[in-house]
Ligand binder design. Structure first.
Ligand code: MN
Length: 284
């Protein structure tokens, strides 16, 4: 098969870096590193995946956020979330929390198990200037609220955000119009998907391997590797003999200046300084 002009191809491969965050949780940082500081509107992607309690038990005690969204998708393990506005919830395996920090909140994210596997992702999605000081908001969904479709032989897609074959995921965010899919491909299974035009997109494989693109442009994506996608909208995935599991994430770029430091992501240095002052003075 030959490639077409609107075919998606891998622009670059990026491997994550070992990192530690919160009170010493060991994780792999994939976006938000020197190799890939961001992929507008995505500011950070962490994968956590361990069966050693000492890697995660200390959790992420109280810390602030302002100016963007944190998206936590749990594959295994449980995480208790609690903020200073009285919101509290338990993320179970397969659940997603899309938290709009907006003008600010202080929260903790703590594992609620003492043994067993802890696995999942945290993605940071930027907010446009007009929404950075919006009221904090949660879109949180248990696994049974997240649709799963079988768009082809050996293909299963869990739709957190975006549309597949007319089925919409539960997340609504008009500013970046995100797509967030958890794709399972059986050995040698193939799937074609059209990305929204003009979105930035990436795929991150976390089990197995797949070919991305078709014909001469096909390139492998192996586990623990991120592919920055581009060049078109028509994405072809072909799993290797062992099958593959990956997340496919896309969003409309904001194309605004970014002033970020730690848990604050604003547009200007002045707004960033104000975030520190407001946090220190308890205005979150
Ligand atoms: Mn947090």
């Amino acid at each position: 098969m030959t490639s077409t002009a609107d075919a998606v191809r891998i622009l670059r491969h990026v491997r994550g870096m070992p990192a530690s965050d919160g009170a010493g949780v060991k994780l792999t940082r994939v976006i938000g590193t020197p190799q890939l500081p961001d992929l507008d509107p995505f500011l950070m992607l962490d994968e956590f995946g361990t069966d050693k309690p000492e890697d995660y038990l200390a959790g992420f005690p109280e810390h602030p956020h302002r100016g963007f969204e944190t998206v936590t998708y749990m594959l295994d393990g449980r995480m208790r979330h609690k903020d200073n506005h009285g919101n509290e919830g338990l993320l179970v395996p397969g659940s997603v929390q899309w938290m709009t920090a907006g003008r600010g909140l202080v929260h903790s994210e703590m594992p609620e198990q003492e043994a067993g596997r802890m696995r999942g992702f945290q993605l940071w999605v930027n907010l446009p200037a007009k929404d950075k000081m919006t009221a904090p908001k949660y879109q949180e969904f248990a696994p049974d609220r997240i649709p799963v479709v079988q768009p082809g032989e050996g293909v299963s897609v869990k739709i957190i955000a975006g549309n597949v074959d007319g089925v919409a995921g539960p997340i609504s965010q008009p500013a970046t119009d995100p797509v967030y899919l958890d794709i399972t491909l059986a050995p040698n299974a193939s799937w074609h998907y059209d990305l929204p035009e003009g979105h930035n997109a990436f795929a991150y494989a976390f089990e197995g391997a797949a070919q991305v693109g078709e014909g001469e442009d096909a390139r492998p994506l192996v586990s623990q590797e991120l592919a920055v996608l581009g060049g078109g909208v028509h994405l072809a995935l072909n799993a290797d003999a062992a099958g593959a599991r990956l997340i496919l994430v896309a969003g409309r770029p904001l194309r605004e200046p970014v002033a970020r430091h730690g848990p604050f992501v604003m547009n200007t240095r002045e707004e960033l300084m104000q975030a520190f002052v407001d946090y220190q003075q308890g205005r979150f």
